[in-house]
Ligand binder design. Structure first.
Ligand SMILES: [Zn+2]
Length: 216
């Protein structure tokens, strides 16, 4: 048996608060005498309202001291609930800051960039040895990029452009580095990364590394 009454909840509430007109009241009473769902709902709500009324009158009769003594036991469930909610919001954030979420898609291969790997130094006048990170290395914490480069051309100043990309080939960082060493201060989210060294807009190295790669 299902009640087909529309705005049932609102009707019951209005009835209990005596907000219905005489005809509306009669019509609703006529309905709920024959509707078990409405009758039950009505009874539950009536009890709720009675309980609230009793609670109010008990409080009104209390002295300030007894209210204060009661206060703790009255409010601690609310405080506990609030603490629980705050904890549920804050805890995952704290957890995330220590161990960021590992997303499988961030580790996917970029076949285009993958094909450039190890195709170092097309320029015969340029000599480059990459010290860090090693190709495919799994890194944690601060990442150090280091290389030794020399050029037969005297105009070479020792500046190379370092580009770090995620597996979507989106630049994470682009920086001109002098002296063959750069330490990345910002933390990268777990994933597969590629990095290149460019000399005068010519790519002289493509490498890859992982951050926080799970053990297989
Ligand atoms: Zn009904």
């Amino acid at each position: 048996m299902n009640c087909t009454l529309e705005n049932r909840e609102a009707l019951i509430e209005a009835y209990l608060l005596r907000k219905l007109s005489e005809t509306e009241t009669e019509a609703f009473e006529h309905h709920f005498f024959g509707c078990r769902e409405c009758a039950e709902e009505l009874s539950v709500r009536r009890q709720l309202i009675e309980a609230l009324k009793t609670e109010k009158s008990v409080r009104a009769a209390e002295t300030p001291v007894s209210r204060l003594l009661r206060g703790r036991s009255t409010y601690w469930p609310y405080l506990a609930a609030a603490a629980l909610v705050i904890g549920m919001i804050l805890l995952p954030r704290l957890f995330n800051s220590q161990a960021p979420e590992i997303r499988v898609e961030n580790f996917a291969e970029n076949s285009q960039l993958e094909s450039f790997l190890e195709q170092n130094v097309k320029n015969p006048a340029f000599s480059l040895t990459v010290l860090s990170p090693q190709t495919g290395e799994n890194l944690q914490g601060k990442i150090v990029f280091a290389w030794e480069a020399s050029h037969h051309d005297e105009s070479y100043t020792g500046h190379l452009d370092l580009v770090i990309m995620n597996n979507q080939r989106t630049d994470v960082l682009r920086k001109t580095v002098q002296g063959g060493r750069f330490q990345l201060e910002s933390k990268l989210i777990p994933g597969r990364y590629y990095w290149t060294l460019e000399y005068q807009n010519e790519t002289v190295h493509v490498g890859k590394f992982f951050v926080g790669k799970p053990q297989e």
